[in-house]
Design a protein around this ligand. Structure first.
Ligand code: ADP
Ligand code: MG
Length: 244
């Protein structure tokens, strides 16, 4: 197997009708001497069907970039657009599914109710939202936990519920932040399989921030973050020409 080709960050931004395009995006936290440049001048794009691993050491800006691409955070410089999602994710609830790095389930709601919530917010009937949620929990192998409250779940089980919640609304773009970070290797592999299967089925773009090389190799593209910059992107499938 030949080594993956390297190409400059931002190349995908030129592809037609991408799900999200970042142009020279920066995100600073704090002011003056306390200022932290979490993301610096990042240009990138996610096309439909993309399978991208965002790698890089802790603090390199992976979570911040995912939150920006989800429309959950606003850049301090640069622009973000979602041409393939009709402009912005806010106007179309459910078009972006996000799996957060930390615990994110609402403690008063069962696993099924947590999973159904995005569809309810999207205006679907409770019955429709519940059946889609049950299907997503089944896909993640945790249908028997439907009635459990978050504090009755292990952190790995809670993470799988959070993934089911992100998939239940069949989003066009799935952004998963360290989705296997709290799982053992076998469960992590199963979760990545579920993410890839669902992304294939619903023709969604998939972006996974991960520390784990075993996860990164299952995705076709790799974006390496380094101190807030998107330093290198590699593509295993098409082996594009080497550039500068
Ligand atoms: P990663 O996900 O790669 O670990 P993050 O995006 O979480 O990186 O963080 C990038 C940088 O931004 C780090 O230096 C982090 O400490 C800082 N940072 C992230 N979120 C905040 C915040 N809410 N306030 C201040 N600094 C933050
Ligand atoms: Mg992170």
């Amino acid at each position: 197997m030949s080594a993956p080709a390297r190409r400059p960050a931002g190349q995908d931004a030129t592809l037609p009708n991408p799900l999200v395009v970042c142009q020279a995006v920066s995100r600073d936290y704090g002011e003056g001497t306390a200022r932290v440049a979490a993301v610096r001048q990042v240009s990138c794009g996610v096309r439909p069907g993309a399978r991208i691993a965002v790698t890089g050491r802790s603090g390199s800006g992976k979570s911040t970039l995912l939150h920006l691409m989800a429309g959950l955070d606003t850049p301090t410089a640069g622009t973000i657009n979602w041409p393939g999602l009709g402009g912005a994710p806010h106007g179309r609830p459910g078009s972006v599914g996000v799996v957060f790095q930390g615990p994110s389930l609402l403690p008063e709601l069962t696993a099924l109710e947590n999973t159904a919530l995005p569809r309810l917010f999207g205006g679907h009937s409770p019955g429709c939202a519940a059946s889609r949620a049950a299907e997503a929990l089944r896909r993640l192998g945790i249908e028997d936990l439907s009635d459990a409250l978050p504090d009755q779940l292990s952190s790995g089980q809670a993470q799988r519920v959070a993934i089911a919640r992100a998939l239940a609304s069949r989003p066009r773009l799935i952004l998963a932040d360290e989705p296997t970070g709290r799982l053992d290797a076998a469960t992590g592999a199963q979760v990545i399989t579920a993410l890839l299967d669902v992304a294939d089925e619903i023709d969604a773009g998939l972006v996974v921030a991960t520390h784990d090389p075993a996860v990164a190799v299952r995705l076709t593209e790799s974006w390496q973050m380094n101190d807030g910059r998107l330093a290198v992107t590699t593509h295993r499938a098409n082996q594009p020409e080497e550039r500068s």
